[in-house]
Design a protein around this ligand. Structure first.
Ligand code: HEM
Length: 485
């Protein structure tokens, strides 16, 4: 039996000391109790497996350790739609999983192409918003998180959902930096702040105006409105057609599903885009190497032509940017804090290695906490340090990591694992690479002087990519070739 920690009372002092930082608290428990321990909270047994060498034994138990039912209950509470895994919606959960395949494979080519066009449109509009003014080529100072939020939110929305009417995205008819998504984004941010509390089952009625905000967000995706949006992605179109097949699903329930997908697609991507740019701007050598790689792949002429016309960046070209990919992965390693949860389906003995098994009961939870892997000094040298080329070896992607003399299969897990692996991971990585590429080609950037280092806001620990806790600003100036045009 692994050590059993009953409730938090004996650890109240420590729990309060670490308060919001569940990562540090779990790490402290690991130091005290070893790689596996069980915590009894509110009548639930939660067994934490903290050693990545034991992960494969958990991840391969797809049947006895279930993810989807748990996710269904969590998502239906947070996003306000009826449970999918019931007889009321036969086969729907499996069909939704099939739709997720439209974020990958050959469908990803078109999504990547659309994202490229949208990012260029939005970034050009953002940077050229002072068109006609002398000031255009001076340095401008803006908040880095706000910049990433505004660009990634709109680009991802347009790429997946298409364009709602009366939302002209054209750079020439747009004045200032405001966007048609500002209202939607504002409500999204308010909802997102309450997300951890909703997930923890705090009644929404105790969370101020959150219910009203959630309703507004859901109504935005009402089927009557969505019917007027031009060129949604194949993924969203297929989901919409699937929902139509279920008479038992009300219009607002369909809308709530689409809202949940929006949350999944931008909730982590926005903070991830912040950390990608932040680390590059904080490390001149990394920035220079990545910039050089981008120009090497695209070609100098084509890179400069970005001020005249849309640049095409194929999937193959993106794949060749291995230093950029490594920089993105390193940013995710340092900022991701998602927990992998599995619910035990029947009493059984979980064999973790030839010498060690844990008896688990039906309804118990088994949890993996990848940040303990991402921060393990035996796997990653100086784990707190940002090393942009950590995932490159001999000019190729580095895929072999060791803990002692044992190879670690699951060394990088910001996107989860096994049955709960994020279906949007390839789209997300491509989008982050495209965002960095276009931004660096369009302007010179530097962090504003005299700021403290960005630190992680751990209020979302366990749930995904952590946002920064402090405000960070940067200065940008359009590249010279825009001026020469
Ligand atoms: C850096 C960006 C992203 C990160 C770190 C991320 C991470 C994750 C993780 C960890 C999960 C599993 C959740 C769990 O175990 O409870 C997940 C699920 C999911 N992600 Fe992502 N994600 C990202 C971007 C995206 C994007 C761009 C999409 C596009 C639509 C997306 C769509 C989804 C969906 C639909 C699920 C639910 C899958 C299911 O229920 O089986 N994600 N993501």
């Amino acid at each position: 039996e692994p050590p059993l920690i009953k409730g938090w009372i004996p650890f109240l002092g420590k729990a309060l000391e670490f308060r919001k930082d569940s990562y540090q608290f779990l790490q402290w428990l690991q130091q005290k109790h070893g790689d596996i321990f069980t915590v009894l909270i509110a009548g639930k047994y939660m067994t934490f497996v903290m050693n990545p060498l034991l992960y494969p034994a958990v991840i391969k138990q797809g049947k006895q350790l279930n993810f989807h039912k748990f996710a269904d209950v969590a998502a239906s509470t947070v996003f306000s739609y009826p449970l999918m895994c019931t007889e009321r919606f036969p086969g729907m959960s499996d069909q939704v999983q099939k739709c997720f395949l439209l974020l990958q494979g050959s469908a990803l080519d078109l999504l990547t192409f659309r994202m490229m066009g949208n990012l260029q449109l939005i970034l050009r509009r953002y940077f050229l918003s002072k068109q006609g003014e002398e000031l255009e080529y001076d340095w401008h100072k803006v908040g880095l998180y706000e910049f990433c939020d505004c660009v990634m939110f709109e680009a991802t929305f347009l790429t997946l959902y298409g364009q709602p009417p009366d939302t002209n995205t054209d750079e020439h008819t747009h004045s200032g930096k405001e966007s048609w998504t500002d209202g939607l984004r504002d409500n999204f941010k308010k909802f997102d702040r309450m997300f951890p509390l909703l997930l923890a089952r705090v009644p929404i009625s105790l969370l101020g105006k959150t219910k009203c905000t959630r309703e507004k967000l859901i109504r935005f995706f009402h089927p009557c409105r969505m019917a007027d949006w031009t060129s949604p992605s194949e993924f969203i179109q297929t989901c919409t057609e699937l929902f139509q097949q279920y008479d038992t699903l009300k219009d607002l329930d369909k809308a709530a599903h689409h809202f949940a997908t929006l949350w999944a697609s931008v909730g982590n991507t926005i903070p991830a885009s912040f950390w990608c740019l932040y680390h590059l701007l904080s490390n001149p050598q990394a920035l220079a190497s990545v910039r050089e790689e981008i120009i090497g792949v695209i070609g100098e002429e084509e890179a400069e032509a970005i001020c005249r016309h849309d640049m095409l960046l194929t999937r193959e070209q993106l794949d060749r940017m291995i230093y950029l990919e490594s920089a993105v992965k390193e940013s995710l390693r340092l900022s991701s804090a998602s927990m992998n949860i599995r619910v035990v389906q029947e009493d059984f003995s979980l064999h973790l290695n030839p010498h060690f098994s844990v008896c688990v009961r039906k309804g118990d939870i088994v949890a993996l906490y990848p940040p303990s892997t991402h921060q393990d000094p035996n796997i990653y040298l100086h784990p707190q340090k940002y090393m942009f080329d950590r995932f490159v070896e001999d000019q190729k992607e580095k895929t072999e990591f060791y803990k002692g003399d044992q190879k670690v299969r699951y060394y990088h897990m910001p996107f989860g694992s096994g049955v709960s692996m994020c279906p949007g991971r390839f789209f997300a990585i491509n989008g982050l690479k495209q965002f960095v590429c276009i931004t660096l080609l369009m302007c010179d950037m530097q962090l504003a002087a005299g700021q403290k280092e960005a630190v992680l806001d751990t209020c979302r620990a366990g749930l995904g990519i952590l946002p920064p806790a402090n405000y960070i600003s940067f200065n940008y100036r359009l590249k010279g070739h825009f001026r020469d045009e």
